[in-house]
Design a protein around this ligand. Structure first.
Ligand code: AAM
Length: 329
């Protein structure tokens, strides 16, 4: 099994109060670079920070890494618009950071990114792929693309209290700035990303479309951001079987909306509960309180864990937290 992790940034993350994928706005642009180091090496190497939410909840990269320490899987990180250097090996597809979606254009070369990612996905030697994401602000850009394409799915948040009204305002402004409106990009998914999306979406969608065309099984490892990618793929005419694997934290927040969206998109859904509530660890308690919830392929990685190995994953997660300097209280 290979996990492909497109990692990138969008200036949309800097909008006040929109994301908790970093301790503060100025640290947020380091989050994807640090996430991929944690996945590759077990801790940040070149990145100057460990990504934590403002209340100290560790990045989902720590969970995905814990899974990797129990059941080994291959990882390929794709630079999908990193704004800061990373010490992890990356595949370069020439992707630049995304702009604030309230600009006229959010991802200037969305079509070229999709095409290069498609060629990369189609070239992979694997039978099965999990494709994840790390892009702070990604649930806001997901709402942008969903709205542009007229898909009524909800979006989640790295914050325990989802700032959904703020996101809707941002998306309204973004669509107006791009000369569009809700549903006006119907059937034009890459143009929707160009106008109100982010470069990670173009990369994930391209890799998935290319891999599917080559007969590779693809699971989109993530929550509502992957619902947005699945919507892009369906609007692009991809009719191959698709599946999404996410965490119980996203599923609980979304209620019936997640399953309903997957039904509309003819997309299988796997939800995994890692059982964090059975432990006393502070980081697990924060996940149970709805902080972070998903990201860095966490839900997809957890879906690979056999029931009798989940305790070992929780042990490794505690160990990774210790290595990241996040000790239990
Ligand atoms: C990725 N790295 C993270 C993290 N994510 N580090 C800490 N917390 C997270 N939640 P939002 O739209 O609220 O910013 O949520 C999306 C981000 O949260 C993505 O980067 C996702 O991978 C996750």
């Amino acid at each position: 099994m290979r996990v492909i992790l497109p990692a990138g940034t969008t200036e949309t993350a800097l909008i006040d109060g929109i994301s908790a994928a970093g301790a503060s706005p100025d640290l947020m642009e380091h989050t994807p670079s640090a996430d991929v180091e944690i996945l590759a090496y077990g801790k940040p190497t070149m990145a100057p920070v460990t990504p934590v939410s403002p209340n100290g909840c560790p990045t989902p990269a720590a969970v995905t890494r814990a899974v990797r320490e129990v059941i080994d899987f291959d990882v390929s990180v794709v630079d999908a618009g990193l704004a800061q250097p990373t010490g992890a090996p990356t595949v370069g597809l020439g992707v630049e950071p995304g702009a604030d979606i309230r600009n006229t254009v959010a991802v200037p070369d969305a079509q070229a990114i999709f095409d290069r990612a498609h060629a990369y996905g189609a070239s992979l030697p694997d039978d099965e792929l999990l494709v994840g994401e790390t892009v702070p602000g990604g649930t806001t850009t997901a709402l942008g693309v969903l709205t542009a394409l007229g898909e009524p799915a909800g979006v989640s948040s790295s914050l325990p209290k989802n700032p959904i009204e703020r996101k809707r305002q941002v998306v309204d402004e973004a669509l107006t700035a791009s000369g569009g409106s809700a549903g006006s990009f119907d059937g034009r998914p890459i143009e929707a990303i160009h106008a109100v999306g982010d470069p990670v979406q173009a990369t994930v969608a391209g890799i998935a479309a290319g891999a599917l065309e080559s007969g590779i099984d693809v699971t989109l490892a993530g929550g509502t951001q992957m619902v947005a990618v699945a919507t892009v793929l369906r609007h692009a005419g991809v009719d191959a079987p698709l599946s999404i694997a996410t965490t119980s934290f996203v599923d609980r927040e979304q209620g019936d909306r997640l399953g309903e969206a997957c039904y509309r998109l003819n997309c299988a859904l796997t939800v995994t509960d890692p059982g964090f509530d059975a432990r006393e660890h502070v980081s697990m308690a924060r996940y149970c309180a709805g902080v972070a919830k998903e990201g860095v392929a966490m839900g997809g990685a957890l879906s690979l864990v056999p029931d009798d190995r989940m305790e070992a994953v929780l042990d490794r997660f505690e160990a990774v937290c210790g290595r990241l300097g996040i000790e239990d209280e």
